[in-house]
Design a protein around this ligand. Structure first.
Ligand SMILES: [Fe+2]
Length: 269
């Protein structure tokens, strides 16, 4: 089984990269399941309903979130009706949506689990993701050995620790949130595919997909300035994980492709 984990989709540039490149990448690599972090699709902050539906149409199977998943208020209601959009499982149980989803991929049952880290998350403070993950594993493994964990966290040490906690139990622990692809993809000792951060779908020549000018102002003066999407050097980034029939990882390969479709640039700049 091959799973493509796309990096955070940032704004219209990210949407365009997915629209123009996802189908060929899936076809050329024999991908069976596509999972993407989608909390920054709508202008970089949150996920609107229309954008979510557009991404399903483009071929993404599961959309995951993080600290920004509820920034668009309409998502607080919509997520209850669309079980292929996940919010971190360490939100309070009564919060809208769910953090875990079982689905069939071919003849196999797969579990996708979304978690949020603790370090440097200034707007959301949730339950300890290590305790939540550890407690959930027995229940999940009774259902399937195909366990795909998307850990939305800021600190590489936190993400690495989750990888080792779940090594041999999860098929993959994939870090998101930083939007910068890390060079540490590997298969851990007991068969778990791991990367600290799987990058971004969106502008590469930018600050996290945003125009540098306003980010410089914010960092220099410590005052608010709106972040604007950037379209320079648009990329599709992520990793493709290959799993054996036992649910253990056989390979993890980075994807880092330039998007040559300029139509979004012409219409949105
Ligand atoms: Fe995030």
């Amino acid at each position: 089984m091959k799973i493509l984990f796309l990096g955070e989709i940032v704004g219209k540039a990210g949407l365009m990269a997915v629209k123009s490149m996802l189908k060929p990448v899936v076809r050329d690599n024999g991908v069976d399941l596509v999972i993407a972090n989608a909390e920054g699709v709508t202008s970089g902050f949150g996920l609107g309903v229309q954008h979510a539906m557009t991404l399903f149409k483009y071929g993404i199977d599961i959309l995951t979130g993080g600290e920004k998943i509820f920034y668009k208020l309409e998502m607080q209601e919509f997520i209850n009706r669309k079980d292929r959009i996940l919010r971190p499982a360490n939100y309070p149980e009564a919060a809208p949506g769910r953090g875990l989803k079982y689905l069939n991929v071919g003849t196999q049952k797969v579990c996708v689990l979304n978690l949020l880290g603790m370090a440097d998350m200034q707007t959301v403070h949730l339950a300890n993701p290590f305790i939540i993950a550890d407690n959930l594993m027995d229940k999940i493994l009774a259902e399937t050995p195909f366990v795909l964990v998307v850990f939305h966290a800021s600190m590489t040490a936190e993400k690495g620790t989750m990888g080792y906690l779940l090594d041999g139990r999860a098929s993959a622990v994939i870090g998101t949130h930083c939007k910068v692809m890390s060079a540490d993809s590997r298969i851990l000792e007991h068969g778990t595919a791991f990367i600290s951060d799987n990058g971004r779908c969106g502008s590469f020549m930018s600050v996290g997909g945003f125009l540098p000018e306003n980010e410089i102002y914010k960092m220099t003066y410590g005052t608010f300035r709106r972040s604007f999407e950037c379209f320079d050097d648009n990329r599709l980034q992520g990793v493709i994980v290959t799993l054996g029939d036992d649910g253990r990882a056989q390979a993890i390969e980075p994807v880092n492709m330039k998007c040559t479709d300029k139509s979004v640039e012409e219409s949105d700049r």
